[in-house]
Design a protein around this ligand. Structure first.
Ligand code: 5GP
Length: 207
């Protein structure tokens, strides 16, 4: 059965407003799902303190990003604030072909694009218990200037109004519980008939 489960790739889109804790939840999730793959996006935004090129993002400039758009390099891309963010296509396709559980940590416009192109993808919207919590978290991480925080708060307001487009809503009030909720989603999705068909067929063929 594990063999069958391993053959079914699963694409999971994780969105949520800036500051909601997507990175922390994904880090916890890695402990629970050691085989999961997390896409490394390309961006034109500048590197934050502690970030590593090629690990957190592939950092590039506007010229290179726009050239890559023209070359069809991205599975999806979007402008968030004043910067571009995009998902490199080739890696995702190869992971899915190898049956991996693949996470894309992307904003709402990108999520819409993925949903329209990958009908089988599963989308999860991560949110804080209240909007005030989100503002506190954004301010507490001290990685943006006041102007950028304000821009992110405004984007967050419009992103939350699009939570209804997602398959699942997870509340990040506690990292452990949020990661466990996403883990439960992965388990349930993998057990859907369409993903278990090969296993069922094998049982029938050997009956
Ligand atoms: P940040 O600057 O805080 O790292 O990211 C800003 C927003 O861009 C976050 O909501 C993040 O999930 C999103 N993002 C990161 N990578 C991508 C990507 O490849 N595509 C899209 N559409 N959004 C992304």
């Amino acid at each position: 059965m594990d063999d069958c489960l391993n053959k079914c790739g699963l694409l999971i889109v994780l969105s949520g407003p800036s500051g909601v804790g997507k990175d922390t939840v994904l880090k916890k999730l890695r402990e629970k799902l050691p085989g999961m793959c997390l896409s490394v996006s390309m961006t034109t935004r500048s590197m934050r303190q502690g970030e590593v090129d090629g690990v957190n993002y592939i950092f590039t400039d506007f010229g290179d990003f726009e050239k890559k758009i023209g070359q069809g390099f991205f599975l999806e891309y979007a402008k968030y604030g004043t910067n571009y963010y995009g998902t490199p296509k080739a890696t995702i396709e190869s992971w899915l072909a190898r049956g991996k559980v693949v996470f894309l940590k992307i904003e709402v416009q990108g999520a819409e694009k993925v949903r329209s192109e990958f009908a089988e993808s599963v989308s999860v919207f991560l949110t804080t218990p209240t909007f005030a919590d989100l503002i506190c978290r954004l301010k507490a991480r001290k990685s943006e200037c006041e102007e950028d925080i304000l821009r992110r708060v405004n984007i967050a307001k419009s992103e939350i109004t699009r939570a209804n487009e997602y398959d699942y809503i997870v509340i990040n009030d506690e990292v452990e519980r949020a990661a466990e909720d996403i883990c439960a989603i992965v388990r349930a999705e993998r057990l859907k008939y369409k993903n278990m068909k090969k296993y069922v067929d094998e049982v029938i063929n050997n009956a």
